[in-house]
Design a protein around this ligand. Structure first.
Ligand SMILES: [Zn+2]
Length: 108
C-alpha cells in the first residue's frame, strides 16, 4: 500500500513539473534563436492545447524563406512560422498569409 502511494505521488509531481517547464519557459526558435511567444489556439481547432509557442520574428529565416517555398510549391502568397505544440512538444509550420497574420492572438 505504501509503495503504491509513493509511486503515485512521484508520478503526479513529475507531471506537474513537466507542465511548468513547457508553459512557463519560452523556448527559443531553432531557426533564428529568438524567444518564441504564446499564440492562443482557437477552441474550434480541436487541438489538445490552449496555445502554441510561435516564432513571430519577421526576420526569422524560416519565415522569410517560406514565401518563396509556398509560391513555388502551391502558387500561393503565404509563408509559415516555426511552431511548437506544448502539449506534446511537436514542432511544425504554422501557415500565415501576411506579416501580421495571427499576431492578434499573441498573449503573455
Ligand atoms: Zn524564428
Amino acid at each position: 500500500m505504501t509503495l503504491t502511494e509513493n509511486t503515485q505521488s512521484t508520478a503526479a509531481f513529475h507531471n506537474e513539473n513537466e507542465v511548468t517547464l513547457t508553459t512557463e519557459n519560452a523556448p527559443r526558435c531553432k531557426h533564428c534563436g529568438e524567444e518564441m511567444v504564446k499564440m492562443a489556439v482557437p477552441r474550434e481547432a480541436n487541438f489538445n492545447t490552449a496555445f502554441f509557442w510561435v516564432c513571430f520574428n519577421d526576420d526569422c529565416a524560416y519565415f522569410k524563406e517560406g514565401w518563396a517555398w509556398m509560391m513555388e510549391k502551391y502558387n500561393v502568397n503565404a509563408s509559415y512560422r516555426h511552431r511548437i505544440d506544448p502539449s506534446n512538444g511537436q514542432e511544425g509550420p504554422l501557415a500565415v498569409w501576411s506579416f501580421d497574420a495571427l499576431k492578434d492572438r499573441i498573449f503573455n
